[in-house]
Write a protein that binds this ligand. Sequence first.
Ligand SMILES: O=C(O)CCC(=O)C(=O)O
Ligand SMILES: [Fe+2]
Length: 383
Amino acid sequence: MDFASTSEPPFEKAYRTLFVDKQDESIKPHLFNQVLDDGDVDDDDKKCELPLIDISQLNDYNKERCLECKREIVRASKEWGFFQVVNHGISREVLVKTREEQVKLFRQPFESKTKEISRSRLDVKKMMSGSITNSISSSTDGSCSSNNKVEMKKSIFGDDIYRWGAPTATSLDHFSWSEAFHIPLSSYGAASHPQFKDLRFTMEEFAMKVSSLAERIVEILAESLGHGPEFFKENCLPNTCYLRLNRYPPCPLPSQVFGLMPHTDSDFLTVLYQDHVGGLQLVKNGSWITIKPNPDVLVINIGDLFQAWSNDVYKSIEHRVIANRQVERYSAAYFYCPSYDTVIRSCVEPPIYRDFNFKEYREQVQEDVRAVGYKVGLLRFLQ
Ligand SMILES: O=C(O)CCC(=O)C(=O)O
Ligand SMILES: [Fe+2]
């Protein structure tokens, strides 16, 4: 049997009602025109504008060069909420190995990635009462949920680890043509199985390297607001962070459906490694800008928690992934998160947002995704 018939999530079958009558792409205005009321997709010239920062300069014996590098990071976090880093200290070998293991993981048969559980009345009752909320929870970005509404699934890789599609989507523009392993670094789920030994080692190495990069950047951003790194060191521990391995299968309707719908990340900071295919876009001045793939860079973006903590000094920017008709795409994201009980309080007066803890934030995101199909985010927490 070929890869497609065994490993691909059955998007069109499971979400039949969303896809019905959508086969002829000419019958509907293209999705990108529908959602881009306030801007346009970028032209090629704009692709290179996203700041590219050589962070090896942070170790430069020349103090001025090191300070200038910090200033670039701060400026990009305020003006773009996104930047790319080069000479980041994570070897090509680690990145290549990460990708290889990621590919192997997604090549598991779909049935191994998910495992049907019976929709007994008990399960439905539990689901309704919220006691198995994991089964319908959304990811850290609120854009992609764990289990399919149509066929309740429970992953053999661990609860709530494998996600595909968008269970709460009521229209195609709330849908994501992608699958993901959302791996809390406290447990490697699938990776603890002997079959996935290499995966575990590789992910641990990737996470360890990327987390020290995230810590360094967060420290620089906190310092610029007159704070030390203590708050982050105390609350964002390796076991409170997440890895998310994304795969975007070739999509027959790339102009009708996103690879990943527009969202902001719900963490402090995200570090992303994308492959050569491209499709990641962010909003800048009302336009969508494409982040050109580059094997030497990692993409960094500010998440909602940092925007709240910095009182809107640093920006959590909406981003999305465009689906591709011909080729599959992979990315690996590291989400720098605090423990659930960490209270997020603005470090600048007067605060724009009320105090909230991370658990409250995630629950609100999940509730909104369920109720309205998308994440409302920080607007829910205005003073
Ligand atoms: O795949 C990408 O390039 C972006 C992934 C992303 O935004 C996410 O996982 O939150
Ligand atoms: Fe994201």
